[in-house]
Design a protein around this ligand. Structure first.
Ligand code: NI
Length: 279
């Protein structure tokens, strides 16, 4: 019954619809990769132009078995949304046929509703990054739950779907955090360290941007989860290089949820995931 914590989410349905539509398009045109296909709108009809059967969650399960040698990674952006950086990143994702995951801070949701709507419309995933960017290991069990639930409520009331994954600020997790997260905790396997050079204490120089770009691209492997922040001008600028360079290396840029589904990983509440590398 409990195939995955996402089984019943609307997000999976939307993802499944996209995958099935992409497969139908590919079959009818002999075009290769799904990422060359225009994004299906969220309101896509449940049957394809070819008149196929209604799409169900089975589409995602099928992809799990057939992902084969496809190389994919998940770009993740924390601490936003922010203007204009998140919008610029969304533009770059769109141009490159890519998606990403945004771990949003709950207190920012009401201020950046349009950006969040756009993230959802583009097929990106929205994750929970607590309400006030609190370090979970410093909180009581009750406050951990309050921080995550408040963010869930803010996103749910705006977008109709609550975040299904949590990223602990600073990556700080202990057993109390795992027990009270209420959802899978997703950390990362590639740290670009944009937070070190992109913030107020850093410098947005060509040399620093190059460091971040190389960190994101050079050693990245199939299944990696890449940490960035859509809070800095530096990060958005780096994405001008990072996104096309990863695509040139043959990576599909998918959401965390898609990455896990393609790699046949069933995420569980309270468990910590750093990648889908299959090690
Ligand atoms: Ni953060």
């Amino acid at each position: 019954m409990n195939r995955s914590v996402f089984s019943k989410s609307a997000a999976v349905l939307i993802c499944s619809m996209y995958l099935a539509a992409a497969a139908a398009f590919s079959a009818s045109t002999d075009v290769g990769l799904p990422e060359t296909i225009p994004q299906e709108p969220v309101t896509a009809p449940q049957t394809t132009a070819a008149g196929r059967a209604p799409v169900t969650e089975r589409a995602a399960e099928t992809e799990c078995a057939t992902a084969g040698d496809r190389k994919m990674v998940a770009l993740t952006f924390d601490d936003g949304p922010s203007v204009p950086h998140t919008d610029k990143i969304l533009d770059l994702l769109t141009i490159n046929g890519a998606k990403a995951t945004f771990f949003v801070v709950g207190q920012r949701v009401s201020e950046y509703e349009q950006v969040l709507r756009r993230e959802q419309e583009l097929g990106c995933q929205i994750g929970n990054h607590t309400f006030d960017h609190k370090t979970l290991t410093a909180l009581t069990a009750e406050n951990i739950r309050a921080q995550t639930e408040k963010t869930d409520t803010a996103v749910q009331s705006l977008l109709g779907v609550a975040p299904q994954i949590l990223r602990a600020p600073g990556g700080s997790v202990n057993s109390k955090g795992r027990q009270n997260a209420g959802k899978p905790i997703v950390l990362w396997s590639v740290d670009t360290e944009d937070w070190r050079v992109g913030g107020k204490r850093g410098k947005n120089t060509p040399a620093n941007r190059e460091k971040v770009i190389r960190a994101a691209v050079d050693n990245t492997q199939d299944g990696d989860i890449i940490l960035m922040h859509d809070l800095y001008a530096l990060t958005a600028q780096c994405c001008e290089q990072i996104i096309p360079q990863l695509r040139q290396k043959g990576f599909e840029l998918v959401t965390v949820q898609e990455l896990m589904e393609y790699k046949c990983i069933e995420m569980q509440k309270g468990a910590v995931y750093r990648s889908a590398r299959g090690e």
